[in-house]
Design a protein around this ligand. Structure first.
Ligand code: ADP
Length: 228
């Protein structure tokens, strides 16, 4: 699902934020991407959705060459890669339902399909009864649920999450984690960047660790493993 070969990203052309990264993630895996602040986690995620182009190296998503992809094809890549972020990135003037529906409208889904899929996925993330709330009327955990619903409504084969629990209380973080786990169990590959030591240590999934832009550890059922 993800293949990175000798990927280096230097924003200034000299100092690498990511240095010679080699990573393979197979279809259906769940991977934690851990590392201290500034170690390159967000940069790696941005490279996977072609928000950035690497200085060097090759990146393939589901066999597609992301580095050499024509700009006009990038929207097709993003259609297949759901994304959630620490700060939710919801549209404040749209309700929970409208935020999810909008993600389908922009890819040209017909109205009748949206009317089935949007409520279905909002129920899946546990937002029954809150479809008409605006983001400002929802708790942080609920906003992240909307954001997950939006990322997953098109059933992408790959879901990337950049510190999705970074702004949430520990018990709410666990609920978001178990939703990501459920999504993973439907066959979606999940890559989650996180700082959350306790969660990583409790859940015991594959852990890929970055430090100063280098991949320093890749463990099948790993632990967080930093002293910070
Ligand atoms: P993390 O997500 O692990 O906190 P980042 O990928 O955000 O790490 O950052 C990795 C390194 O790249 C840091 O040294 C950071 O300062 C640098 N960096 C991130 N974004 C930019 C940018 N837009 N321009 C220049 N340097 C950046």
């Amino acid at each position: 699902m993800i293949k990175m070969k000798n990927v280096t990203m230097a924003y200034d052309g000299v100092n690498p934020a990511l240095d010679e990264i080699n990573l393979q993630v197979d279809r259906g895996e769940f991977v934690f991407l851990v590392g201290p602040s500034g170690s390159g986690k967000s940069t790696l995620i941005k490279l996977l959705i072609r928000e950035l182009v690497p200085t060097k190296g090759e990146i393939f998503i589901a066999g597609h060459d992301v580095v050499h992809m024509k700009t006009k094809k990038v929207h097709l890549l993003r259609r297949n890669v759901g994304c959630v972020f620490q700060d939710f990135k919801l549209l404040p003037n749209k309700t929970a339902y409208e935020n999810v529906a909008f993600a389908l409208e922009v890819i040209g889904k017909p109205e009748h399909a949206i009317k089935v899929q949007a409520p279905e996925v909002l129920k899946l993330v546990g937002l029954n009864g809150k479809f008409d709330r605006y983001p400002g009327e929802l708790s942080g955990g609920e906003q992240q649920r909307v954001s997950l619903a939006r990322a997953f409504v098109n059933r992408p084969p790959l879901l990337l999450a950049d510190e999705p629990t970074g702004n949430l209380d520990p018990n709410i973080s666990l609920e978001i984690m178990s939703l990501l786990d459920r999504i993973n169990k439907t066959g979606t590959t999940v890559l989650m960047a996180t700082h959350d030591r306790e969660m990583v240590n409790n859940v015991r999934k594959r852990v890929v660790a970055l430090e100063h832009g280098k991949l320093i550890r890749d463990q099948a059922r790993g632990v967080y493993g930093y002293e910070d």
